[in-house]
Design a protein. Structure first.
Length: 149
């Protein structure tokens, strides 16, 4: 009896990285698509706002999809900034219950089943980021590979 191969999802945060370092880490892992799970895909960090990031990834042969409803609401981002991770997770859990997040979670899964994909957010440490509760909720049985740029 053959077993079904485990599905794999990559995650990466760009905190402390440059766009070329991020792209090198993604390419080195064989990632072909970035799924941006930031509620607000803007960054003060050069190279990481939505359109500039998408263009840099495209040049490297990596697709880009933004799924806004899978981002953390403002109160959750504030709790995370203050180091209140339990509060952030509670707020984010409620976000994942919304119809929009449910639809985008299904889209995220379909995209990741189709091509090697990485969930992208700001925080370098996945334990300090909503991408961990996101994948634990929506992709509980998937193999996870946390990348670092």
């Amino acid at each position: 009896m053959t077993s079904t191969p485990r599905r794999r999802i990559f995650t990466i945060g760009y905190e402390g990285a440059t766009q070329p370092e991020l792209i090198a880490a993604l390419s080195g892992a064989g990632v072909k698509q970035v799924i941006d799970v930031r509620a607000v895909p803007l960054s003060r960090k050069p190279g990481f706002s939505k359109n500039i990031l998408a263009a840099g990834l495209k040049e490297a042969g990596i697709g880009y999809v933004h799924l806004k409803a899978l981002g953390t609401p403002p109160a959750g981002r504030e709790a995370a900034r203050k180091g209140r991770m339990d509060e952030m997770k509670r707020i984010y859990s409620a976000q994942l219950e919304t119809p929009e997040a449910g639809a985008e979670a299904a889209q995220m899964i379909a995209l990741a089943e189709e091509t090697p994909s990485a969930l992208l957010c700001f925080e370098r440490d996945p334990a300090q980021c909503h991408r961990t509760p996101l994948r634990e909720t929506a992709m509980a049985d998937w193999e996870v590979v946390d990348l670092y740029a």
